[in-house]
Write a new protein. Sequence first.
Length: 444
Amino acid sequence: MKDRIYIKDLKGNVGKEVVIAGWVDVRRDQGKMVFFDMRDVTGKVQAIAVPNRKEVMEIAGKMRPEWVLKITGIVNKRPEKNIKAGVVNGNVELEVTNIEVLSQATELPFALDAELNFDTYLDYLPLTLRTERARDIFTMQATILDAYRKSLQTQNFSEFEAPAIVGGDAEGGAAAFKVDYYYDQTAYLATSPQFYKQIMVGPFERAFTVAKIFRAEKSATTRHLSEATCLDFEMGFIENELEPMKVLENAIRDTVKIVGELHGDMFARFNTTVPEVPTEIPIFTLAEAQALIAKEFKRTIEDSNDMSPEDERQICEYAKKNLKSDFVFITRFPTKKRAFYTYEEPSETPYSRGFDLLFRGLEINSGAQRIHNYEDLVRRIIERGMNPEKFSYYLQTFKYGMPPHGGSSTGLERFTARMLELPNVKEATAFPRDMNRIDIRLSE
Ligand code: AMO
C-alpha cells in the first residue's frame, strides 16, 4: 500500500502526517472524542478522533473492533502523565485526519482479549489467531523452523521433499489414514518420511526434510495431533547413534541460541526463560533414568521397557535441577519397543541404538542408528511378522549398497509448545487436527 508505514515506526515520525493501516483493536468513547487502538503486524497505537473533523467522527462513531482501516494522522507525543513505559508506542499517539474503511466487521462473539475456553478458541481460529499470544507462538515456531534448517544446512545436510501419499505405514505399527486411490487401490497418508530419508542417504549422504506426518492413533491427549510437522534428518557413514545425537544436539543448541537472541520479550510474556543447553546434553540409558527416578522421587516404576509421561517429567525435573539442562537424552530402549529398522547394540542385546530427546518433560524427538545390511533387515521384517515383499521398493536401498547410517525426527509442534511452556501441543499448531476436529468439531 503506497505511503503506508508500520505502527512500530511511528515513534520516528513525531510531528509528521503519516498513513497507517490495520485493524481496530479496542474503542473507548470519552465525551465527544473517540479513542481507539489500531493494530498491525508490528504493534498497536492509540488513535484519537476529535470532534472538529466531521467525516472522521462519522466513521469513528460507528466502527467496531476488527474493522480494517487506512488512516492518515499526525503523530503526537503523548502528555507526560499518559506515557506507558515499556509499551510499544507508549509515548506517541495518532491524531486522525482521515479514515478510509477497507473492510467492515460484524459484531465479535467475544472481546479478542477475553479468556476463552480452549474449544471456543479453536472454534474461532480465523479470529483468535489475531491475538498477540497466538502471533507470538507462530512467530516463535517460524524462528525455530528457520534456525533448525540453517543449522542442518551448516552441518552439510541437503533438503529434500518427502511424499505425503504412500503405499503403507513406514513405522510398521503406527496407525495410518487411508486414502481412496486410482484403480481401486488404497493409499495412505505418510506416518513418517522414514523410508524416504533413508533412501536419500544414497544421493546426499546427509539429507533432511520438513515433512507432514499423519497419525490415526486414537489418542486424545495434550501431546498428540492427527497431523504434525516433523524435522527429520538422516546421515550416512556413522560409527553409532552418538553421531546423529551430536548433530541433533548442535541443531538444538543453534536453535535455542537464535530464539534467545530474537525473542527475549516473548519468553518474558509467556512467563518462562530461554532453555538451558549445557555443553553436553545429559545422556541416560533407560535403566539409569528409571533407577534415578525411583530413588529421587521415591516411587515404583511401572514399565521398565519404556518411559511413561511421568518418568519423562521427572527425569527432566532432575536434569534441570542438578545438571542445568532443559534437555535429556534417553538411550538403550529394548529393541522390540522400537521401529523394526532400529539397529541393536551387539554388546547389549536386547537393547537398541535408538534414542529419545526429552525437553522440559516431554519427548520431542526420536532417532536411532538403523539396520543397513539387506539380509539383517529382511530377517527383522520377518521376525516382526511382516512380509518383506511389501517393503521391496524400500529394500532396494539396502540391496544396492547402504552405509551404516542413522538419524532422527523432531516434532515441530511439541518443540514449540515446550519452548513457551504451553500446556497443550494443539496451541502450538495453527490449525490442529485431532480425533474430534478438522477446523470444526466433528461431532456437530
Ligand atoms: P516417532 O514416531 O517417535 O519417530 O516421531 C518422531 C517425533 O514426531 C513427533 N510426533 C508427534 N507429534 C504430535 N502428534 C503426534 N501424533 C506425533 N507423532 C510423532 C514427536 C516425536 O518425537 N521415524 C521415527 C523417527 C526416526 O527414527 O528418525 C519416528 O517417526 O515429537
